[in-house]
Design a protein around this ligand. Structure first.
Ligand code: MSP
Length: 511
């Protein structure tokens, strides 16, 4: 069995989770569930980034100790996962001993190998970004860009990791692995970034300035720079399981690709003699009114409000259907409602209602077998084969939004088939041919429904389960075998009705 290891970024716990954080979990979960369905042995890690200046400052603001603060906020992040139906196998906190031990061991190893040195630094420092700045980071008029917040000049002795000497190695690594970063245009941006010389990376903060971090093993007067600590979570969680580590894929937002994930991380691993991950998937941002949704901008949406109002699968469906992985997308409640009503309530919801309703009315609730295949049926069979054969490669290439679009076309065509067959008319006829067509139409719509919800199962797991239950169907263990048009449902006893996507009142305060 092929292993597949997938991770999310670990969230800063300086504020509550918002829609951007929820999206990354859902996207990663969709990939994890898809790979499991394809037969891989999946290990799915998510977690929280608990150290650093931001967290220390937020705790101070609340007047509590950092540990108490992270305990509270991390619990909130963790509690979100089951609400989003996230199937993670592990959850890591960077304050856990299992993580701290690995960070210290890697640091010590790099120090012993001469990859880390101490030097005096004089220059500018952004507290907000926890980053040292250079003149090239300034605006044209000499001021510092907004994103750096307050910038102060400091003189400080610190420890540096010899990043710059690996620049050529990294360029070669990216050339040899052209599909390391998805989407491919992001990899090109990294290569572009590497045309400028790299500086060595300052990996320490003196304790007088920042206490909340992992102490350096070779100098307890310092704590580890938060990124050096955080990146290692992916490795520390599976440190004793190299067969998992070798199959690592990191899902992250585009804001943390360059330099942390695409430059620091591969070089850190290379210097420490640890094998590289298989790939990085960099998604875009959820925007609101054109600006990145974030706590600091004050335009963050609470994902739980949407889940409570519309249900977890409507939420998951919307995020995956709307976002082309890699690009940005504007979140509006109007658009959410359009997809909810037209695709979920009308298209899928109607098919469910019609199938249950008509099977109850015309066949005593027991699904008959199909008896004939005329052009109308054949068209649907062919469309199914085409839908399935395109859907799977689209998911393999993270094109879930297009895959869902194809599934919707199939559902639309199934509803159109019902209109054309008009079982309600056939039901009025005593002609044996009409009765055979009636039974065929019931079997056909039910089978189409079963197939459609089987193929979108990784996106809407709870809905698929509910629909299978009302169809009186228990799917087998091999997902691929569920995707062939057949007779699995004949003789199944269906439930009389299921309310799946009720029409909610839009919330009083539109987003
Ligand atoms: N702690 C670091 C990551 C360390 S990974 C070793 C961090 N945390 S974060 O909380 O700021 O962001 C966590 C993830 O959420 C990132 O991948 C980020 O891109 C993603 N998102 C945060 N806001 C987002 C949107 N508005 N839209 C989509 N995802 C965004 O960075």
């Amino acid at each position: 069995m092929q292993s597949f290891y997938i991770t999310t970024a670990i969230d800063y716990v300086n504020g509550s989770p918002h829609l951007g954080h929820a999206y990354e979990k859902v996207l990663t979960d969709v990939i994890a569930r898809f790979r499991r369905q394809m037969g891989d042995k999946v290990h799915f890690l998510t977690g929280v980034d608990e150290h650093g200046q931001k967290v220390q400052a937020s705790a101070k603001k609340r007047g509590i100790a950092p540990q108490q603060f992270v305990d509270e906020v991390s619990a909130e992040f963790r509690a979100l996962l089951p609400k989003l139906n996230i199937s993670n196998d592990d959850f890591i906190r960077t304050t856990e001993p299992r993580h701290q031990q690995v960070v210290r061991a890697v640091l010590q190893q790099l120090f012993d190998k001469g990859e880390i040195y101490k030097a005096e630094y004089q220059g500018f420092y952004s507290t907000r970004q926890e980053q040292f700045l250079q003149n090239k980071d300034r605006n044209e008029d000499g001021t510092w860009p907004e994103i750096f917040g307050e910038v102060t000049e400091i003189v400080e002795a610190n420890y540096f990791f010899k990043l710059a000497q690996y620049q050529e190695w990294l360029v070669k690594f990216l050339t040899d692995n052209p599909n390391f970063i998805f989407p491919a245009y992001r990899q090109k941006q990294v290569v572009e970034f590497l045309k400028e010389p790299l500086n060595d990376l300052c990996i320490s903060r003196p304790k007088e300035r920042l206490e909340w971090g992992i102490p350096l093993p070779f100098d307890e007067g310092y704590v580890t720079y938060v990124w050096f600590d955080a990146l290692l979570n992916y490795y520390s969680a599976v440190v004793d399981r190299p067969e998992i580590w070798r199959e690592a894929h990191h899902v992250i937002g585009k804001d943390i690709l360059v330099p942390p994930h695409a430059v620091y991380w591969p070089i850190m691993l290379h210097a420490a003699g640890i094998p590289q991950p298989k790939g990085i998937i960099a998604h875009g941002w959820w925007l609101q009114r054109g600006a990145k949704m974030s706590k600091s901008t004050g335009n963050a949406l609470n994902p739980l409000d949407l889940v409570t109002e519309f249900g977890v699968d409507a939420f998951r469906y919307f995020l995956i259907r709307e976002m082309n992985v890699g690009q940005d997308s504007d979140f509006t409640l109007e658009q959410f409602m359009v997809r909810y009503n037209s695709e979920l309530a009308n298209n899928l919801g109607n098919l469910v209602n019609r199938t249950l309703n008509m099977t109850t009315r015309f066949a005593g609730g027991v699904l008959p077998a199909a008896e004939v295949a005329e052009d109308l049926e054949k068209h649907l069979h062919d469309l199914w084969a085409k839908t399935r054969d395109e859907f799977i490669p689209l998911c393999e290439g993270y094109q879930f939004h297009t895959a869902l679009e194809r599934a919707m076309v199939f559902l639309t065509e199934t509803n159109a088939y019902i209109e054309k067959r008009a079982p309600w008319k056939l039901g009025k006829s005593a002609e044996p041919k009409d009765q055979a067509l009636l039974r065929t139409s019931l079997a056909t719509m039910a089978e189409a429904l079963r197939l459609a919800v089987a193929i979108i199962q990784h996106i809407t797991p709870a809905t698929t389960e509910k629909i299978n239950a009302v169809l009186g169907y228990q799917p087998g263990a091999a997902w691929r075998d569920e995707l062939n048009w057949g007779t699995k449902l004949s003789g199944a006893k269906v439930a009389p009705a299921l309310v799946l996507f009720p029409r909610p009142q839009p919330p009083a305060k539109p987003a």
